[in-house]
Design a protein around this ligand. Structure first.
Ligand SMILES: NC(=O)c1ccc[n+]([C@@H]2O[C@H](COP(=O)([O-])OP(=O)(O)OC[C@H]3O[C@@H](n4cnc5c(N)ncnc54)[C@H](OP(=O)(O)O)[C@@H]3O)[C@@H](O)[C@H]2O)c1
Length: 251
């Protein structure tokens, strides 16, 4: 039965950057599919609101503050998830930042370190620690960007960090494969979220972006849920190390 393939009943998901945007959409989507969810970002009050929405669906939820560039906080997030639920079946490394430097010479050490800290260093640690508590059938999903494959001067640091995340996705897929844990990435095109609106602030600019997308619109956060469910569930049991484009057909 098709729905049984995507069923997450009895599974525990940890989603970073889950207070809003794509992370929130995936956390709620996993709960709709039957999972209990650890909702994490830096702002625990915002995570608690999402956790409440998940509880209203009849699932269990735990809100945990975690700045993913800090390995101590990453370890504490995994420990909190395991203390509450006893295991982790699904990890989504969704928290990410995309600051735009004024120029290559204008890239500060702070901007570089922060971007790689959030987009690369944190996900690597969370993968390593979460896998210690994942039974066979576990799934790790890393949220990447088309910029990792089509970089530009505008995205130089962000693109470089997400290209590193793509490489780490494929390396860890090999590492964890024999243990029955799969690792894949969703390579996103533009989605309407706060970080998108920060980068593309006017309706005219957004319309210009939409016109370049094959399906003719910018993604809504809910449009990541189907792909995330595919990767999180047994429906993708033969898929690992994949970098899946989710970009409305691209531009
Ligand atoms: N939207 C797009 O067009 C697009 C395109 C390609 C890829 N992506 C990727 O999709 C992911 C989600 O992006 P989004 O657009 O949904 O962003 P968003 O709406 O701005 O949400 C970002 C989330 O990450 C959290 N966050 C930020 N810094 C963090 C940190 N240091 N530690 C832990 N959590 C942190 C934020 O919560 P707090 O502020 O509470 O920490 C928030 O929950 C990112 O990895 C992004 O690179 C997005």
């Amino acid at each position: 039965m098709a729905s049984a393939l995507f069923d997450l009943t009895g599974k525990v998901a940890v989603v970073t950057g889950a207070s809003k945007g794509l992370g929130r959409a995936m956390a709620l989507g996993f709960a709709d599919a039957g999972a209990d969810v650890v909702v994490s970002s830096r702002r625990v009050d915002a995570c608690e609101e999402v956790a409440e929405q998940i509880r209203a669906k009849g699932r269990r939820a735990l809100a945990v503050a975690c700045h993913v560039a800090d390995w101590g906080q990453c370890d504490a997030l995994i420990a909190a998830a395991v203390a509450e639920f006893g295991k982790i079946d699904i990890l989504v490394n969704n928290a990410g930042i995309a600051p735009v430097p004024p120029s290559l010479a204008g890239v500060t050490e702070e901007l570089f370190d922060k971007t790689f800290g959030v987009n690369v260093k944190g996900p690597l640690r969370l993968m390593a620690m979460a896998a210690e508590h994942m039974p066979a059938g576990g799934s790790i999903i890393n949220i990447s960007t088309k910029a990792s494959q089509r970089p530009s001067p505008f995205t130089v640091v962000y693109a470089g960090s997400k290209a590193a995340l793509n490489a780490i996705t494929q390396a860890t897929a090999q590492e964890f494969g024999p243990r029955g844990i799969r690792v894949n990435a969703i390579v996103c095109g533009p989605f309407i979220t706060d970080s998108f609106s920060k980068a593309i602030p006017t309706p005219e600019a957004a319309e210009h972006v939409a016109k370049m997308i094959t399906v003719g619109h910018i993604g809504q956060p809910e449009e990541i849920v189907g792909t995330a469910l595919l990767l999180a569930s047994d429906a993708s049991s033969y898929m690992t190390g994949a970098l899946i484009n989710l970009d409305g057909g691209g531009s």
